[in-house]
Design a protein around this ligand. Structure first.
Ligand code: PLP
Length: 363
């Protein structure tokens, strides 16, 4: 069954990327590998807006979300929670035995800088985690406002998840003072799932060096030692690195500013369509994501029926709501390689499909 994903991850992968992945393997300790690894750094640093190294981790994003915490949290972490992924991050902190405080906001509400200020001012924390773009509810936090608070607490290392916003808009790591910025490959970068990227500050590495239970696979010091040789600690997914090389070429070709503008334009196109049909955005006004839209199912459509029609008759798939928002919201991704044409085709198919989708009795 062939259909195209418009769910917010994994997203559709281009033929060019898939072709890049099918190149022959090279040894991960070879000079060819070192040249490949090193050739990617300038492009990656440009996208991270950083002078720090960017590590390639063969894992999904959760690997480095957990690993970063293990490396830098010794005292206590403040976990900002406003959706499914950030809620789970708190749970992960507990599972690895870290002291953690849950700073909760309703799903769809952004992280409130004033609340972060109040908590950090207690002096209890050495780490903070938050998610820039909560994919589960399409809510984008004002990262500049939150980091302006975090920077006032030099003992606090910040770990920021940009899994679904990286490269969709500028996120200036060094300027913001983010210590560890991380992303996955299968969302905004439109590569297959299976790799994560992370860039640690010097401060983060210094903290890690003094942490005893870093483990091995996600040990930042191992990453750094190998990075200096142009390598990864263990055998990486070489196909993903080829794919990343191909994607950086694409981004350079399009132009980074044009890429940001494309995401903003396509995001608005979908939003305008939905507003026109009577739907409302789920997240708080002014905090909607730029790489996806999460709409409240204000018209009570039978979302599984909608998706079934969309998939069987038009070959597209959207998302019918994450976790507790299932049936109550639907999400449409515009991240990665989408164009005016692909989004127009989806919108046309959505209209045709909605016309034959039953409505559920209002709850
Ligand atoms: C998808 C997602 C993750 C988890 O990514 P995996 O690759 O499944 O580990 C984490 N954070 C955000 C914001 C996401 O969208």
């Amino acid at each position: 069954m062939n259909y195209k994903l418009f769910i917010p991850g994994p997203v559709a992968v281009s033929e060019k990327t898939l072709r890049a992945m099918s190149r022959p393997m090279i040894g991960h300790r070879s000079t060819d590998f070192v040249a490949l690894y090193q050739s990617l750094q300038p492009g990656l640093q440009e996208l991270f807006y950083t002078k720090d190294p960017v590590y390639l981790s063969t894992s999904s994003a959760w690997g480095v979300m957990e690993g970063s915490l293990r490396n830098v949290c010794r005292k206590k972490v403040l976990c900002c929670m406003n959706g499914a992924f950030s809620d789970k991050w708190y749970n992960v902190a507990q599972r690895i035995g870290r002291q953690a405080t849950a700073l909760k906001f309703d799903w769809g509400q952004p992280v409130d800088p004033a609340a972060v200020q109040r908590e950090l001012a207690t002096g209890a924390y050495d780490t903070i985690t938050f998610i820039h773009n909560e994919t589960s509810c399409g809510c984008m936090t004002d990262i500049a406002a939150v980091m302006a608070v975090v920077r006032k607490f030099p003992e606090v290392i910040s770990i920021v998840d940009t899994v679904s916003s990286f490269s969709a808009l500028p996120i200036k790591k060094d300027e913001l003072g983010v210590d560890i910025m991380l992303t996955g490959t299968q969302k905004a970068l439109a590569l297959p799932p299976g790799m994560a990227l992370l860039s640690p500050s010097k401060r983060a590495l210094e903290r890690a060096a003094g942490t005893t239970d870093r483990g091995y696979y996600f040990d930042l010091i191992e990453f750094q030692v190998n990075h200096e040789k142009g390598m990864t600690p263990s055998t990486p997914s070489i196909p993903h690195i080829y794919a990343l090389q191909s994607k950086l070429e694409d981004i350079r070709g399009e132009g980074i500013e044009a890429r940001y503008a494309r995401h903003a334009r396509l995001n608005k196109k979908v939003r305008d369509w939905a507003f026109d049909r009577g739907f409302k955005l789920f997240p708080r006004e002014g905090y909607g994501s730029v790489s996806l839209n999460c709409f409240a199912n204000t018209l009570s459509y039978d979302l599984p029926a909608l998706n079934k029609t969309l998939k069987s008759k038009h070959g597209f798939l959207i998302d019918g709501g994450y976790g507790k928002l299932k049936g109550k919201t639907f999400r449409i991704s515009n991240m990665g390689d989408e164009t005016d044409e692909t989004m127009a085709a989806l919108i046309k198919a959505l209209d045709l499909s909605l016309a034959e989708t039953p409505k559920l009795p209002a709850a």
